[in-house]
Design a protein around this ligand. Structure first.
Ligand code: HEM
Length: 388
């Protein structure tokens, strides 16, 4: 079956039908090749912890997967590897990307949020994605990595091109990859020549200390952190604000009691997390999922969004309920590939939503006709026009 159409506009109806009818479905994946889709919570959770489901494309039967084509210098990243390489690199990054570093980012995040909201003026109409949800994470991730201000806009354009390709510009994705690679090469050379107090400089030090990261691995890591750290966070902030605007009583309640923000962020992630279609895996041997045998080497898509709306795990799953216990949601993954940036993603979303609630109590949708980006990679809004 071809999922693309219904999935963008009515993903949760499509997923409810799929979950009800069978545990695993034969589909055409986003890359146009045949694949399997897993949608039930228990199966998704089990799949994420199953070491026989590899992230390494070398385990895909030749010609069966045509996903994201990146040059080796960007492709040697955590999301394409299994242990032991994955274990080695993840340990090295965790040493540089510590909870303390994230804690130190909280104040700068709030300052950036305030600065952006100051720019709105006292009242008006604005696209909250373009003016707030997008610039905030790009500022945070570029500060974290040590990317100078003047290159941040370029980076945003490249990422958007990769995540939501424009069919009218088929060569644009390739150009964006080449530009990004060139940029990261220069940036790493600069940081190596002149280290600063940032994550990239620390990762370079780790690489140069004992050759425990290859140059490709270092470059790919920088790419992954930039890409993953920006794209998903933009969407979660935008989706969270939209969810609140559509539930004014919960908007008011959360505004009154901001101590509930951390729990609310978990519910936003469960309810409208960015990983709409899912994440991909390749079985290293025949694997039975929900009673269905998936042959080795075929592509399996594990849908986090479908799992998060499974009534068998979350009662009344299509209801936004900021009071519910949403822990156990899978929006940030699970197992050894669990989102490395989860503490930062949570902090950013909490601060971003909190600042909006505080500053604009009468925020409202300027247009009920909300449109989603035509992308299966990350569920996000084309725009979020609001009045305040
Ligand atoms: C709301 C925001 C975010 C969401 C929804 C999200 C989601 C995810 C998910 C689902 C995975 C697992 C993928 C898989 O198992 O195949 C993942 C992994 C990862 N994320 Fe995030 N992420 C977010 C923000 C961030 C941020 C802010 C950073 C970095 C600063 C980041 C860095 C990473 C990295 C490096 C991995 C790979 C970890 C590994 O393979 O060991 N993410 N993320």
């Amino acid at each position: 079956m071809d999922l693309a159409d219904g999935l963008i506009d009515h993903p949760y109806d499509v997923y409810a039908r799929l979950r009800d009818s069978a545990p695993v479905h034969r589909i055409t994946g986003p890359d146009g090749t045949p694949a399997w889709l897993v949608t039930r919570y228990e199966d998704v959770r089990a799949a994420l912890g199953d070491p026989r489901l590899s992230l390494d494309k070398a385990h895909a039967t030749a010609g069966t997967y045509k996903g994201f084509a990146l040059p080796p210098a960007l492709d040697a990243n955590l999301l394409n590897m299994d242990p032991p390489d994955h274990t080695r690199i993840r340990r090295l990054v965790s040493r540089a990307f510590t909870p303390r570093r994230v804690e130190h980012l909280r104040e700068p995040i709030r300052r950036t949020a305030d600065r952006l909201l100051d720019g709105f003026g006292p009242h008006g109409t604005i696209d909250l994605v373009a003016a707030y949800a997008a610039p905030l994470p790009i500022t945070v991730i570029c500060d974290l990595l040590g990317i100078p201000d003047e290159h941040r806009l370029d980076f945003r354009v490249w990422t958007d091109t990769l995540v939501a390709p424009d069919p009218a510009r088929p060569g644009a994705g390739r150009e964006a990859v080449v530009a990004m690679l060139g940029y990261l090469t220069r940036l790493l050379a600069d940081k190596r020549a002149e280290p600063a107090d940032d994550l990239l400089s620390d990762l370079i030090a780790v690489r140069d200390e004992g050759d425990r990261l290859t140059e490709d691995e270092l470059m790919s890591l920088a790419f992954l952190i930039l890409f993953a750290g920006y794209e998903n966070t933009v969407q979660l902030i935008g989706n969270a604000v939209l969810a609140l605007l559509r539930h004014p009583e919960q908007f008011a309640a959360l505004r009154k009691d901001p101590a509930r923000l951390p729990a609310a962020v978990e519910e936003f992630a469960r309810y409208e997390g960015p990983a709409l279609f899912g994440i991909r895996r390749f079985p290293t041997e025949d694997v039975t999922i929900g009673g269905v045998t998936v042959p080795a080497g075929e592509t399996v898509w594990v849908s986090l969004s479908a799992a998060n709306r499974d009534p068998a795990r979350f009662p009344d799953p299509d209801r936004l309920d900021l009071g519910r216990d949403a822990s156990g949601h899978l929006a940030l993954g699970q197992g050894i590939h669990y989102c490395l940036g989860a503490p930062l993603a949570r902090a950013e979303t909490e601060i971003a939503v909190g600042a909006v609630l505080e500053r604009f109590p009468d925020l409202a949708l300027a247009d009920e006709d909300i449109r989603w980006r035509p992308s299966l990679r990350a569920r996000g809004l084309l725009a979020l026009p609001v009045t305040y």
